[in-house]
Design a protein around this ligand. Structure first.
Ligand SMILES: Nc1ncnc2c1ncn2[C@@H]1O[C@H](COP(=O)(O)OP(=O)(O)OP(=O)(O)O)[C@@H](O)[C@H]1O
Ligand SMILES: [Mg+2]
Length: 1005
């Protein structure tokens, strides 16, 4: 026998209404104003009825496997027909339990089945539903007397649910590791029991009872999984009930709403009965507000019921609960006790009318209290089976229904005759059809009573009576940012000290208290908690298909966009009226916001978390398709302005795997970023372009594009000081240029190679590459290439300390770089002329030729000013400062270097930073601020080393040694001087070598 009990709620067998079980019911959409006199006034409760899964979707769901135990021996031992007589009804009972709790049976084998909860359509209570279904399966089989038992396994997690068509058979199936674990749990469970995973346990915690089985190894899984034995479940508990048991978070604000409620209660108490509807998103705090309001009304009579998704099938579930509470009935008592209690109520002076009590008795599933006490008109007792009960039993279903409605209404009004009464109905979006009608009638009857009817429901639902004049709507908005932060702080615990974390949590949750609490309860609040994800995807799945597609397209665009773009993405041929309609519907449902009007109106998803959940629900294939369509539509709509949107277009084309467009747009975005010195972005875009290129064949895109992209990367990489990456890209470019035998690109490449060899401190390689470039230039009669080769060579010579040779080369470049005949090729332009003049100055300074250096410095500074570009100005400042420093004008030098450091930071000139820092450090040390100077020099040396920027590194080391010695740290000074010497020797840097040796001699005892 199963050791499980289903303690959800007592299920009575109602003689009046035929209630026999609980029923899973989905939220219903917009009940119509159908006035037919029978019980079809309430439209279909099943939003998902008749819907089929259109495409593969990722879902957070619960998977249940159930297997009839020892069925194999049953089948082998007995006649097939006998076995079938047992298996068939058993499977029916099992699948009924699945359906009752909102599950879908998606696989049936001869003796078992697999079911999905929360898939194909999301359900925020998928884990709890599966647990309740499992418990009910065991109970139903035990009661059936079929003599078989079940093993059940349940697991929750992310799956991909997909439509499956095999021949004529259409079903859905699920894929993912979560499915396998559920199957393994089922295989391992003992007969009559249900094993659930830790993931399911976490989702249903507080509403299920379990016994821990412990970590269990399962075939196919690397690590053991923690298993729980399911024992009981209580589906009547709301999440707030569970939260209440743990201890609620301190209540935040809601003063306005509380005042409105107080006002309404005041009016009702004075005999002007009225109703309030609290409307708001899931988790916004409707139930909490009600709780706080009730807590503050001690002594007031309160009747409260929460509409539930899994309810009895009386059609009056919530009214049953409300009337039980009104009359003090105990739902767990046997019918006789209930009847006795009803008779007592009937005898009280303020008892509801007898017909009302009869109807309520019928609703509770017991005989009418008046039966047996009443006498016939002739004064004799009714015969057994006759009288009012017989009268009730003889009524047609519609008449019974109307009597129950009237009865409930009369009983409630009677209770509010003399004293105020607060009637609360929460989660009205899940109401049953009978309660729905009682509410409608009650609204008509409130006037003159002392009853305040308080209704709570989630926004997005519309009820026929919602516009009733007695009903005041209170829209519950998310918490304001300051309040949301207050709540975030109170739930984040020790992490609340981090203001950024607090603000991020509050903003991401868009002020929704439930989302804030749930996100704070998981290790990384930046993830979407599975509970929140299920609530949000259930909301999305309840949308009409075209609204759902709209929101999927919107979140894939990922930023505010227009109806025009979305309609073009969703259906290239249609006009945008459909899309505008969907947008308007979604705006009304509070899911999107529309800023502005007409064609330029911008549509934006209102909740960051919703955006994330919807996007994550898309399969990779669907995301790819959507991004591709977005890229195509955007490109078409942008027309000539496509370059302005290159970055966005590049992203969609890349994610849509339209590689030629991805290449084109990423390159354009890279060029744009590079032109603004947005170096990090430029590198990212060019690298994305290269990645796109990898997907394209040589027939589609010429190889030269690969060379050019790598060239394009050189400047931003250089500015960011990523020398090693740069070298790698240049190697790749050279290999490509060789394959192409492209002399023009090869010349360029040699220049670049020479330049970057110099930055790496390899002056021999610098000069060798420069000479190859010069030879190529001469062979091709290319004076521009030749002049640039001269510059590179002079730079190498400067590095080696061959100052006279370097001055000659730099002078030539400074004079001719802007020669119009050279056409600005190979980077020959004003800025390069300033750089050449700068080196000229520095070499002259090192040679002690200060006057010449100063003369050049003046023109250099003037030209830099005219050019007004960060790099040029930094160069000029450093060169002039160097002269000042060496001449002994340390104060002025220091000001120049400080300017240069500031500009380096501003312009992300990461590579120039060590140069500027080291010179500033030297100047600080020289002006007496040794501590600061040392710090700057230290940082210059390490940042340069980290970047692989070895040009003049020995000089920086020598300057550091010098400052250390001034600070009296002679041991460290000698160590760094020795380092400077070694590096200078390796590089062949004669000037630094001299300086280092001098230092070392000075330090020698
Ligand atoms: N003003 C508030 N201050 C502090 N905590 C709040 C506040 N409002 C709500 N909460 C907390 O947020 C969680 C969700 O609130 P509640 O259950 O009232 O939401 P709801 O709007 O009723 O959602 P649902 O539609 O899912 O029933 C609860 O744990 C509640 O305690
Ligand atoms: Mg609630």
């Amino acid at each position: 026998m199963p050791d499980v009990t289903l303690e959800m709620r007592r299920v009575n067998n109602c003689q009046g209404c035929g209630v026999s079980s609980v029923q899973s019911t989905e939220p219903f959409p917009e009940p119509s104003a159908n006035t037919e006199p029978d019980d079809v006034r309430h439209p279909s409760l099943d939003r998902q009825a008749g819907r089929t899964l259109q495409q593969d979707e990722r879902k957070n769901a619960t998977i249940l496997f159930a297997d009839i135990v020892s069925s194999t021996s049953l089948v082998s031992r007995s006649d097939p027909e006998v076995a079938l007589d047992i298996l068939r009804p058993a499977l029916n009972l099992v699948s009924e339990a699945v359906q009752r709790y909102g599950g879908t049976v998606n696989r049936v084998t001869g003796d078992g089945l697999m079911a999905l909860f929360g898939a194909p359509f999301s359900d925020e209570e998928h884990a709890l539903g599966a647990c309740c279904a499992a418990l009910e399966m065991h109970t139903a089989l035990a009661r059936s007397g079929l003599g078989v038992e079940l093993r059940v396994g349940i697991n929750s997690g992310e799956i991909v649910v997909h439509p499956l068509r095999v021949g004529n058979l259409e079903t859905v199936d699920a894929a993912g590791g979560a499915v396998h674990l559920a199957a393994r749990l089922q295989q391992a469970a003992s007969a009559g029991s249900t094993w659930i995973s830790d993931a399911t346990f976490a989702l249903a915690r507080g509403r299920i009872e379990t016994r821990i089985v412990g970590p269990q190894p399962f075939r196919g899984f690397d690590r053991p999984s923690v298993v729980h034995l399911l024992q009981a479940a209580d589906a009547t508990l709301t999440r707030l009930d569970v939260a209440g048991r743990r201890g609620l978070t301190p209540f935040v604000n809601r003063m306005n709403e509380l005042h409105l409620l107080e006002d309404a209660f005041g009016r009702a108490a004075a005999g002007q009965g009225c109703a309030i509807a609290l409307e708001g998103d899931a988790g916004v705090g409707k139930s909490r507000l009600i709780r706080e309001f009730v807590a503050a009304r001690s002594g007031v009579r309160v009747l409260e019921a929460t509409c539930t998704r899994w309810r009895d099938d009386s059609g009056f579930h919530s009214m049953r609960v409300l009337t039980q509470r009104l009359l003090g009935l105990d739902a767990t008592e046997d019918p006789e006790a209930t009847r006795a209690r009803l008779q007592m109520v009937a005898a009280a002076p303020d008892a509801p009318p007898a017909e009302a009590l009869d109807a309520i008795a019928a609703l509770q599933g017991v005989n009418a209290p008046s039966a047996g006490t009443e006498v016939t008109p002739a004064g004799r007792p009714y015969r057994s089976g006759a009288g009012p009960l017989a009268g009730w039993a003889a009524l047609a279903p519609n008449a019974r229904r109307r009597r129950i409605i009237e009865g409930c209404l009369a009983a409630l009004l009677q209770a509010a005759l003399d004293k105020p009464l607060l009637v609360i109905l929460d989660d009205v979006h899940w109401t049953d059809s009978g309660t729905y009608e009682v509410v409608e009638r009650l609204l008509d009857a409130l006037e003159g009573s002392r009853l305040l009817l308080l209704l709570g429901w989630r926004s997005g639902y519309r009820f026929a009576w919602a516009g009733h004049p007695a009903l005041t709507h209170v829209a519950m908005s998310p918490l304001l940012p300051a309040e949301a932060r207050k709540l975030a702080r109170s739930v984040l615990g020790p992490r609340a000290n981090n203001d950024v974390a607090v603000a991020e949590l509050a903003d991401r949750a868009a002020g929704n208290p439930f989302f804030i609490e749930e996100a704070a309860a998981i290790p990384d609040p930046m993830h979407v908690p599975p509970t929140v994800s299920s609530v949000l995807s259930a909301r999305i799945d309840a949308l009409k298909p075209d609204e759902k597609q709209f929101i999927e397209a919107l979140v894939t665009v990922g930023e505010p966009t227009t109806a025009e773009l979305l309609s073009s993405v969703l259906d290239a041929d249609s006009d945008s009226s459909h899309t505008r309609l969907a947008a308007a519907e979604l705006e009304q449902a509070g899911l999107v916001r529309i800023d502005g009007a007409g064609g330029s109106a911008r549509i934006v998803c209102r909740h960051p978390l919703l955006q994330e959940v919807v996007y994550r629900g898309l399969t990779r294939a669907r995301r790819r398709a959507l991004h591709g369509r977005i890229a195509t539509a955007m490109e078409r709509l942008a027309g000539d302005r496509a370059t302005d949107e290159a970055a966005v277009l590049a992203r969609h084309a890349r994610l849509g795997e339209i590689w030629d467009a991805a290449l084109r747009h990423a390159r354009a975005a890279g060029d744009r970023a590079a032109s603004h010195h947005a170096n990090r972005e430029a590198v990212r875009f060019y690298e994305e372009a290269l990645e796109a290129l990898d997907h394209l064949s040589e027939e589609n895109v010429p190889l030269s594009v690969g060379v050019d992209l790598r060239f394009a990367l050189r400047d931003p990489l250089f500015r960011l000081g990523r020398i090693a990456d740069l070298r790698k890209r240049l190697d790749e470019a050279e290999a490509l240029a060789d394959r192409l035998d492209d002399k023009g690109r090869l010349g360029q490449l040699l220049i670049v190679r020479s330049h970057y060899a110099c930055l790496g401190g390899d002056y021999a390689a610098t000069i060798a590459a420069a000479e190859r470039a010069a030879a190529l230039a001469r062979a091709q009669s290319d004076p521009a290439l030749e002049l640039r080769a001269t510059f590179e060579r002079a730079l190498g010579e400067f590095g080696q300390g061959a100052l006279a040779a370097s001055i000659a080369g730099m002078t030539e470049v400074a004079e001719h770089a802007e020669d119009p005949a050279l056409g600005g090729r190979f980077g020959l332009d004003g800025p390069l002329a300033v750089v050449a003049a700068g080196y000229q100055m520095r070499a002259l300074t090192d040679l002690g030729r200060f006057d010449e250096a100063e003369r050049i410095g003046q023109t250099c500074a003037a030209r830099a000013k005219a050019i007004s570009r960060p790099f040029t100005s930094i160069f000029a400042d450093l060169a002039v400062g160097y002269l000042l420093l060496n001449r002994g004008d340390t104060g002025d030098a220091r000001a120049r270097f400080a300017d240069a450091v500031a500009m380096c930071n501003q312009a992300e000139a990461d590579l120039m930073r060590p140069v500027a820092l080291s010179l500033l450090g030297a100047a600080e040390a020289a002006t007496g601020d040794v501590t600061n100077g040392l710090e700057l020099l230290q940082s210059a040396v390490t940042t340069a080393a980290d970047m692989g920027f070895m040009f003049q590194q020995p000089l920086r080391l020598a300057l550091l040694a010098e400052a250390l010695s001034v600070a009296g740290q002679s041991e460290a000074a000698s160590r760094w001087a020795a380092e400077a010497r070694t590096l200078a020797e390796v590089q062949g840097d004669s000037i630094s070598l001299v300086a280092a040796r001098r230092m070392l001699r000075r330090k020698a005892p």
